[in-house]
Design a protein around this ligand. Sequence first.
Ligand code: GLN
Length: 505
Amino acid sequence: MESIRELHRQLVAKERSAIEITQEFLDRIQALEPQVRSFLHITADQAIATAKQVDAQIAAGEPIGMLAGIPIGIKDNLCTQGVPTTCASRILENFVPPYESTVTAKLKAAGAVMVGKTNLDEFAMGSSTENSGFQVTSNPWDLTRVPGGSSGGSAAAVAAEECVVALGSDTGGSIRQPASLCGVVGMKPTYGRVSRFGLVAFASSLDQIGPLARSVEDAAILLSAIAGHDRYDSTSLDVPVPDYAQLLRPNFRPKSRLRIGVIKETFGSGLDSVVEEKVKAAVEQLQELGAEIQIVSCPRFSYGLPAYYVIAPSEASANLARYDAVKYGNREADPENLVAMYKQTRAKGFGAEVKRRIMLGTYALSAGYYDAYYLKAQKVRTLVKQDFQAAFEKVDVLICPTAPTTAFKAGEKTDDPLGMYLLDLMTIPVNLAGLPAISIPCGFDRQGLPVGMQLIGNVLREDLLLQVAHAYEQATPWHLKKPELLMNEAERKAARSQAAATTKS
Ligand code: GLN
């Protein structure tokens, strides 16, 4: 599968038109969607129309940007004017936004071709995409398994080559964890790096939009396109946006010795042995590439999860109050009886996990419990942040697994919300501290399922994360492997006999 850079070259050299590229992806979507189900809406007509415009620009000799004519998937919690935006919730089943999110407006202006809106856990609450109110997405590496979540549709679409890159949102791990389970690159930028205007709010102090891609360079290109200050989001940072992809060429050579810290606490109980083995091998590889490795401690790291499950539901309970059948939401009852209308609309429109979060959050914020839960959790949040600050006095980048396991079977954890929450143990502290982090593939388990590792950077050090991730990617073969789903018969046979040979040896 071609990179953005290669597709761009082909377009400019007139070897292929934007229409041809778009049609190829729409055809693949049509062929694979019955099995993968990454998309909630496919925007074929709009995609063709955009591709036509790009072709006209090229024909007229006008310069085009890197993303012009590039097929892209958009998570369905990003508002797209005139295109349904459901957050995978029944309550927003018929919602068509009258405005465009800042990130999708930027992509539109860049000529990117949106092929569809991708599936997610309802309102981005979940880690497997099974909480979608509409459909379950499958992991392209094994269709009986989950793609992770909540940006599972975006991760699966990228892994299945239904689009070149995609946008996700990450409140506690929702870009990085599905990226890890689907064998792709996923980045959560620094809080404030990307405007949240038009992202349907889950937990506003934690939410951040970011790229999912098959290579670090593609992720870098997409990040540069969406980052930057926005007067419609007062939390967006007013700092210049580097051309991240440009910083990757030629291959990164740090000026001084790069110090990488392995977070000791993340290698404890509950971690799959294969994940541990692959991440440790990646650490060795980074050492061979010239990095200095240190073991660092973040003693309060594991308190991040309980603090998050007070803070995120609290913010969600406030944010989701707007789905009242007046401002937003499908009206399920006679408005003559206001209370009944609220009750019935919300009872019918929200799924079980969303209701659980609203109840948890309302409780944590209620008078009498606020200090014991919400305020306490905020204090813990500060402690988690301080641990990171102390670690970044000693090292430039931190490393740990992205998720404790590889992709699990669909249905395996649906009756165990706490078990599901634990999947974000290693991603959540990063959101609490507002730091940037990237997940990249670092190997496969015995069943051929991808393993991901997480690199965490200091505030606004996306540049360094991308450089380190790129250097590692270029030195390893993981990004070259593709799911059997995308192979022809001969490739499948060859892959199977190779797998059999490596299991024997
Ligand atoms: N899985 C976590 C949750 O359910 C994180 C979700 C996210 O990052 N949007 O809250």
